[in-house]
Write a protein of this length. Structure first.
Length: 255
């Protein structure tokens, strides 16, 4: 799971303004007689307290207006398969059909190494040797039948590039669901990194704190029933603190 990079590409410039405006508009329809009234309401300042209250409420429509676009480079296609189940977000991914890895000079770098193998050189070498054999077969098939046909032989560990566009509500849901210990380590790590990027934005501590964005054991209580891991995450821990706590080997890499 080394060499996975996550970055915020763009976001709504002032999420506080649009969320405050929409909340007020729902309650003051009787006061809006023309467009000037609406624009004046839009331009009215909004307090951090109001935005925090809106972010913590389950009402989703207002939270879908501010959007954040995140890029992920180097996560596996297994992660792609899991994360794309969230239908309220928009995804654009690198294509196995059009991408051509035939001339990659260091094929071992094409594949994500599971976290459990990072500090086991023997097992890691055995695993990467297997991945490289897949690559050599890919190259042979691609030369004979094209990239699309060859793509079927690449393993789930193949690195990918992915861009995700979603509103506050969906990011809260994705991160809350996918940072739970029931998920694969890679999925949890990437979602921690996404959360970290969102948390660093201007209003991130209001919109994406552990009380409204973290796993169920952080926001309220575990929702997994008899499948619960019985090992709750710290209630007030930030994404950066959780990464340091749960993925120390990857923290060494970043430092």
């Amino acid at each position: 799971m080394d060499k996975i990079q996550v970055k915020l590409l763009e976001c709504t410039e002032n999420p506080k303004q649009i969320m405050g405006f929409l909340a007020r508009m729902t309650q003051r329809g009787h006061e809006i007689k023309d467009m000037n009234d609406l624009v004046n309401l839009y331009n009215k300042s909004c307090s951090d307290k109001l935005v925090k209250n809106l972010a913590d409420l389950p009402h989703g429509t207002i939270k879908r207006f501010p959007t954040y676009t995140i890029a992920i480079v180097g996560a596996s296609r297994r992660f792609l398969a899991q994360i794309r189940t969230h239908q309220m977000a928009d995804f654009v991914s690198g294509s196995l059909q059009y991408s051509d890895w035939s001339n990659v000079k260091h094929p071992e770098e094409m594949f994500v190494t599971p976290y459990e193998m990072l500090d086991n050189p023997t097992l890691r070498s055995y695993y990467l040797d297997s991945c490289v054999r897949n690559f050599l077969q890919y190259r042979t098939i691609a030369s004979a039948a094209g990239n699309d046909a060859a793509g079927f032989i690449l393993p789930n560990s193949t690195r990918n590039v992915l861009v995700i566009h979603a509103g506050v509500q969906e990011w809260q849901y994705i991160i809350g669901l996918r940072t739970c210990r029931r998920n694969s380590l890679e999925t949890r790590y990437v979602c921690y990194r996404i959360w970290e990027e969102l948390y660093k934005t201007e209003y991130g501590e209001l919109l994406f704190n552990s009380r409204n964005t973290g796993a169920g054991c952080q926001t309220a209580m575990c929702h997994e029933g008899h499948m619960s891991c019985k090992d709750p995450l710290p209630k007030e821990a930030t994404p950066t603190e959780l990464i340091k706590m749960e993925f120390p080997l990857l923290c060494k890499e970043q430092s």
